[in-house]
Design a binder for this molecule. Sequence first.
Ligand code: UD1
Ligand code: CA
Length: 464
Amino acid sequence: MNLYSIILAAGEGKRMKSNIAKPLQQAAGKALVEWVVDTAEEAGSDENIVVIGHKAEDMKAYLGGRVKYALQREQLGTGHAVMQGIELLKNIEGTVMVLYGDAPLIQADTLKRVREDHIKKKRAATVITAYIDDPYGYGRIVREQGEIVKIVEQKDADEDEQEIKEINSGMYFFDIQKLRAALKRITNKNAQGEYYITDVIEIMLGDGDKVGAYVTELEQILGVNDKLQLAQVGKILNRRKAVELMLGGVTIIDPDKVQITANVKVGRDTILYPGTVLEGNTVIGENCVIGSDTSLKNCVVGDNTTVLKSVGIDSTIGSETNVGPFAYLRPGTKIGSDVKIGDFVEVKNSTIDDGTKVAHLTYIGDADVGKRVNFGCGTVVVNYDGENKHRTIIEDDCFIGCNTNLVSPVTVRHGAYTAAGSTITDEVPPESLAIARSKQVVKEQWTVNRKKEKKSKKSKKQDK
Ligand code: UD1
Ligand code: CA
């Protein structure tokens, strides 16, 4: 049996007070609507139709070709929105889920169970519901002898109905043909003057079709209307990711103090300390120690590596390597295994091969550094001449003295040394020592002589 989804995302979302369309607001590394599309796919949906209206072009640019779009020019209600979506399912039989582009917490497992229930009981509609202490603003599920008889909106509810604590999530499974038929008969004669999708429930029951409700946890149906709810939903999504990682063998010291987006992978027995932010396609191996206070975006890290109080973007780090505290790995950095990148070291668009030590206060940009190289404190790769960037090559087993400037393009051949304080502008041949600084001059007894001079000047003044 085919499964489709219609995802409502045409509304304006005024309460966000944002220039970004509400379904495109980011929570835990994905746009709200992206969470919903991913979940629909995971639940087995063959095709997803997103109903767009407000900021339609932004929505299309973001989601691209992975979904179909139904344009709802005027937002005349949820029923009207579904009508636009179902236009794209002409001559199609099967089941359609109605989901919301601003309700990203619904889980694929839940949708799979609702679908099973819906099919097994041969229903025309299955409504996903939840219980809430304060049902204000939600449609109420009205039951008689336990069976659902209708959904009534807050603004249309009488006093008794307002007391009902079982609410409509707004998410449903429908038989496509039954839904199409029922939608033709809904009107906008209600308190809000809108076409309500909820009215199809009563219509179906009137036709003698089976309708049921599937009760789920409140947490799965929460929607986002403002930035406060965006944070609440983001926190729940983040907590789910931390739980997934912990159940996969990752040690997280305080799951409320890490932020890990959806696609991140972490190996077993790696420890994540508080203040760790892992984003994008970051992959961390086993037995690593990440944090405290470390942000890695699109980084790949090997096994047994430590990254302490550091930032990495679009970089790779090998195994048994130590990074930080206070290192900054900028895009294009490739660090090997058994490497040390110490405090206040910045690396950009460079390769640093196995066994190399860059202990402190160093900038390495646009360089290819070999194996077992030792950098003294305060080395600078002078990669930029004000107009162009140039590359520096440092071959295996070199020793770069403290406070060396390597003026690019320049090559230091294998096994060579540079003397501390050198400004290297020419190739350093293999196994040699380059000294590029002025020779030390010593003036003996200089301070004693200076004091004597001062004294004699003073006595001359007094004599006058
Ligand atoms: C709707 C339900 C209510 C349910 C609640 C759950 C109806 C009539 N009511 O009420 O029973 O408890 O959701 O949150 O269905 N949208 C469009 N086009 C439209 C109207 C809405 O795309 O013309 C989208 C909005 O962008 C929004 C969603 O549908 O994401 C919900 O619309 P909204 O008008 O907020 O419905 P509620 O009043 O919350
Ligand atoms: Ca709403």
